[in-house]
Design a protein around this ligand. Structure first.
Ligand SMILES: Cc1ncc(COP(=O)(O)O)c(C=O)c1O
Length: 390
């Protein structure tokens, strides 16, 4: 039996942002940030603001911070600190690293992406394929929105260079069978390239255990600042030729793939965000999210069509739905006026929406639960949804 205690009100007290009369179900678009993260960012500006490599105190403090941020990211991802690459956000890192990975690939080489992906794990590959005459294939999803792994097996060939996939869908919340995808990719001699942006706030990442070669996530989705963090396996990073300016240092390894001056103040916030998560524990977070997710699923009114898995098995607590007779945008707008921050549209999950036949109808409403949400908020959202078609 779990011994974890979780006091959601104590957690919420750590967020000034949660003291407004708005229930934040918009975590998939970016979570709120606890005061300790905000304080770490401003403290950096007050006490340590400088560039690296200067022979004076604030520059040395900044260097120590960057080193700490690599260690923290390494621990957060289950990677070595040298395998960490910081960037502006996931999309920017994805465009940079796909280009780097593909430098040696040859015309006709193949890339596999999935219909469950956010477009930031698709378009960088399409653009690379356009420039280098490569071929991109899409793995289908089953009707329940799980990835069709039989289709993945069929699409793998001896020309496949990479299998890019999401750890969790930012649209319908479905989790991928990461280890199985990695196994299939590696058996075919391809890289396993994971987008963990949506999974980030929901559970622990362990690149070593999962066996992925590259993984990218975004701290602003897990209670931190607007930043991107990538992992690249050591042997891979050693083999890649970086796009870098000549005077930039070659160590640590991951730094070769970072361009220009890092957002030092945001690295300070990132370290504080990871410490915040550790202070709560993934076990507490997952138990609370599951309880709230089950509550939402059990209480969905009859006037709602849910897209994706109907229980909390195999998914995170991100729910896409439409309300009978109410256009998607109107539903989201009315929920917003009622004090519920939800999203609408395709949330850049273009292929998922096409596969669900929703691309012409404005997509779906999305409500995402994270650990700072409460049972009262879920009940209030359900009541507000019920009222929509009344
Ligand atoms: C699953 C997923 N991948 C990638 C992205 C893009 O992330 P970023 O905004 O850091 O570029 C998002 C953003 O919503 C996402 O949800």
């Amino acid at each position: 039996m779990s011994t974890v205690t979780f006091d959601v009100e104590a957690v919420r007290a750590r967020y000034s942002a949660l003291r407004q009369p708005l229930a934040f179900f918009d975590g998939p678009g970016g979570t709120q940030v606890p005061d300790e993260v905000i304080d770490a960012v401003s403290r950096y500006y007050r006490e340590s603001n400088a560039n690296v490599s200067g022979s004076y105190e604030t520059s040395r403090r900044t260097e120590a911070l960057v080193t700490q941020a690599r260690l923290t990211a390494g621990e957060f991802l289950g990677a070595g600190p040298d395998e960490v690459i910081f960037g502006a956000n996931m999309t920017t890192l994805a465009f940079a690293l796909t280009r780097t990975a593909g430098r040696e690939w040859r015309k006709g080489d193949e890339i596999i992406v999935t219909k469950l992906d956010h477009d930031a794990n698709v378009s960088p590959w399409l653009e690379l394929a356009h420039d280098r005459e490569l071929e991109v294939r899409f793995v289908d999803i089953n009707d329940d929105t799980t990835l069709d792994l039989a289709d993945l097996e069929r699409q793998l060939t001896d020309r496949t260079r990479v299998v890019a996939f999401p750890v969790a869908s930012n649209a319908v919340g479905t989790l991928s069978d990461v280890r199985r995808i990695v196994e299939l990719a590696h058996d075919a001699g391809a890289l396993a390239w994971a987008d963990a942006v949506h999974y980030g706030p929901h559970g622990p990442i362990d690149v070593g255990d999962w066996g992925v070669d590259v993984l990218i996530c975004s701290p602003y989705k897990f209670f931190g600042p607007h930043l991107g963090v990538a992992f690249g396996r050591t042997e891979l990073l050693e083999s890649w030729r970086p796009y870098k300016v000549r005077p930039a240092a070659d160590t640590p390894l991951g730094h070769r793939f970072e361009t220009g001056t890092l957002a030092h103040e945001l690295l300070a916030g990132f370290v504080a965000a990871v410490e915040y998560i550790e202070s709560i524990s993934w076990e507490s977070i997952q138990t609370h999210e599951r309880t709230l997710g089950e509550r939402l699923l059990a209480g969905l009114p009859d006037n709602v069509t849910l897209y994706g898995l109907p229980t909390m098995e195999g998914r995170v607590a991100t729910f896409a739905f439409n309300v009978d007779g109410v256009p998607t945008r109107e539903a989201a707008t009315r929920l917003g006026h009622a004090g519920y921050a939800v999203w609408q549209g395709n949330y850049y999950a273009v292929e998922v929406m096409k596969r669900l036949g929703l691309e012409d109808g404005g997509g779906a409403v999305r409500a995402g639960i994270v650990h700072y949400n409460t049972a009262d908020e879920v009940d209030g959202l359900l009541a507000a949804i019920s009222a929509l078609s009344g």
